[in-house]
Design a protein around this ligand. Structure first.
Ligand SMILES: Nc1ncnc2c1ncn2[C@@H]1O[C@H](COP(=O)(O)OP(=O)(O)O)[C@@H](O)[C@H]1O
Ligand SMILES: [Mg+2]
Length: 251
């Protein structure tokens, strides 16, 4: 069986006149964190949305665990163990942490509709402990938490009580201080150490990318122009690549 959780081959995507993706080849393995970098408009989010079943590609194909498949919807992708943390998080601010962790999978006293609150709180504590997230209380409303804590809850929800195989994160560190960003990066490193999850991380801070990722792919104008193990590149090289390409383009 292949170690590759997801492979994209020749993926293309247009929005009207805009070629957002032009023949993307990309692969990510179990236990690997792949960093995806590139300027605004390069196509990073579009690629993630294809890998999570939100958009259909116009060309190319996806192989999940070695088998070609068509992701029909986000729900379909999720049923296979593909989870995405989007920037808008999709958390409900006026619900407590433990209910956010159980959204759409609330525990009830079946067949009675009453919520098993104590059990959900207990499981929420367990889940957060297991991945090393510390928040004041699982009964705190999500809206009262910091940006970093909310992001951590969003990640926790993606990996909690789901059989996650591929975790996609679209700029989870944006608008986050160094300390909070550090918490998310430690969390990703911990998930990586489980060895059975593949992670794709979109981020703009190259130092952080090199710190936490095993490999980095640079996306420029809908094409992957650079694929390298992070140990074989540097912040300087990444900055230069982006800069050089920019000059060529505007010449
Ligand atoms: N739903 C959409 N409709 C039309 N154009 C889109 C849509 N989504 C993305 N695009 C365009 O596709 C290109 C890539 O966008 P995006 O994937 O969001 O880039 P990135 O995430 O790297 O900033 C951009 O030119 C953007 O305007
Ligand atoms: Mg984006």
């Amino acid at each position: 069986m292949t170690d590759e959780v997801m492979r994209a081959e020749g993926i293309g995507k247009r929005f009207g006149p805009v070629s957002a993706l032009r023949g993307i080849d990309l692969a990510v393995r179990r236990g690997e964190i792949l960093g995806l970098i590139g300027d605004n408009g390069a196509g990073k989010s579009t690629l993630i949305k294809i890998l999570t079943g939100y958009h259909q590609p116009d060309s190319g194909r996806l192989l999940f665990e070695g088998e070609q498949l068509q992701l029909k919807s986000v729900t379909h992708a999720r049923s296979l163990g593909i989870e995405t943390v989007f920037q808008d998080l999709a958390l409900i601010n006026d619900l407590p942490v433990y209910l956010n962790l159980h959204l759409n999978k609330e525990l009830t006293y079946k067949p009675l509709p009453f919520l098993r609150r104590a059990e959900m709180k207990r499981r929420a504590c367990e889940a957060l402990d297991a991945i090393g997230i510390s928040i004041p209380s699982v009964t705190a409303e999500v809206g009262q938490l910091s940006g970093g804590q909310r992001q951590a809850i969003a990640v926790a929800r993606s990996v909690y009580s789901s059989n996650v195989k591929l975790l996609l994160l679209d700029e989870p560190l944006a608008a986050m201080g160094a300390k909070e960003g550090g918490m998310i990066l430690r969390l990703l490193t911990q998930l990586k150490q489980r060895g059975d999850i593949a992670i794709i991380l979109i981020a703009h801070n190259y130092a952080q990318v090199l710190d936490v990722c095993d490999r980095v792919n640079l996306l420029q104008h809908g094409e992957i122009t650079f694929d390298r193990a992070t140990k074989d590149t540097s912040v300087t090289e990444l900055l230069e690549l982006v800069h050089t390409e920019y000059k060529v383009d505007t010449a």
